[in-house]
Write a protein that binds this ligand. Sequence first.
Ligand SMILES: *[C@@H]1O[C@H](CO)[C@@H](O)[C@H](O)[C@H]1NC(C)=O
Ligand SMILES: [Zn+2]
Length: 439
Amino acid sequence: MKSELTNGSGISNKIALLLVEGARVPVRKRSTDDWIEGEIVAKRPLENGKQEFYIHYIDYNKRLDEWVSDDQLDVNKIKLPQTKNSRPVSPTAMLNKVSRKRKIEDTNGYSSSHSANSDTDDSPTIVPPIVPAGPPSTGSLSQNQNTYDGLTRIKNVQQIEMGKARMTPWYFSPYPQELCNLPVIYICEFCLKYLKSSNCLKRHKLKCKLYHPPGNEIYRKNNISVFEIDGRKNKNYAQNLCLLAKLFLDHKTLYYDTDPFLFYVMTEYDQFGLHMVGYFSKEKESSEDYNVACILTLPCHQKKGYGRLLIEFSYLLSQVEGKLGSPEKPLSDLGLLSYRSYWSNAVLEALIQYLDSPTESPPSLTILELCDRLCMKKEDVISTLQHLNLIHYYKGQYIICLSNEIIDQHRKSMFRRKVRIDEKYLQWQPKDWSKRGKW
Ligand SMILES: *[C@@H]1O[C@H](CO)[C@@H](O)[C@H](O)[C@H]1NC(C)=O
Ligand SMILES: [Zn+2]
């Protein structure tokens, strides 16, 4: 009965034809052995005649996207792509269409005897292109389709080596194509120049001589420093930083026009130099008073509190500028987590400080006063109070209620946070960029 040809991989040709871009299929993740619904973003042939599939896991962040082999797919549960103007296509209808097409194209004994269901309706069901060009018109990734073409949905850099760390990128970044074919791109950890081999990097280091980022060191306390870098004056560095950051940021699109931005790079000092742990960028002039455009802690330095430290630093700059700041949206999933944590701590700290020495009785602190103390925009303060469930409606007005439990929790969490930004160690004057005409 089973007379289908196989394509050398154990998957029948018919099924292989169903595995089109945009189709959904359960995928066994190699790292966890879990079955997760995935969407096929692309496929490519392997030398052994098999195919590999680039999978986006539905409802998971794109950084988990990966190439998988066909034996990780549950091919009995393929869902074909839907397009805007059509009903879902049943695999049977799809197979019939495909087999009709194949009968014409392929005289090499392809058997369609299995597609016994011959009542193919003639409604305009789509046959998705077998070798599609461009992004599929469907799927959970559509939010990026305006700014990203099909290619940029697929991670292109295998690994980077930077200082002592090897890192596996999370997203596409437009490094030169010839470097993307290499197993590792070597990055000078101080000037961020990218090189194709460790030998090239060694030769580069003889000339480079840098042991810290360029720009001005505007903050130093213990082993933490922050450098301010002008995207116009240090264009090469700024562009290299953007390329590097894009590997770990999904929605960032700035690579080349760095002139309107300042970059704040945080470093950790050891005997070999001042090593970048993360950075944020900021527009020189922001009509919305955004105090952060992009923010990133390098993956090799995550979970050490640097994300919070960078955020704290960005609000310190806003404080010196006398402005209420807020990060540019959208925030990444990890970015939002860091901000939620920073905002919660900051708001609670301000409330507790105020309660310890209230200026009025009964204590009364308006949202606007809270914004001023924290240099935070009103919508961020309100969303934080709501998130912490501190706002209550009482006798016709909104009041903030702090339970002892919440205060205790906060004190414990602040006790764990030993490293903080200390404004005494900032040496910085804001510039009025609007007065300079062109930066
Ligand atoms: C930096 O200092 C902190 C303590 O202040 C320490 O825990 C950390 O290990 C130091 N980092 C390096 C690279 O020396
Ligand atoms: Zn260098």
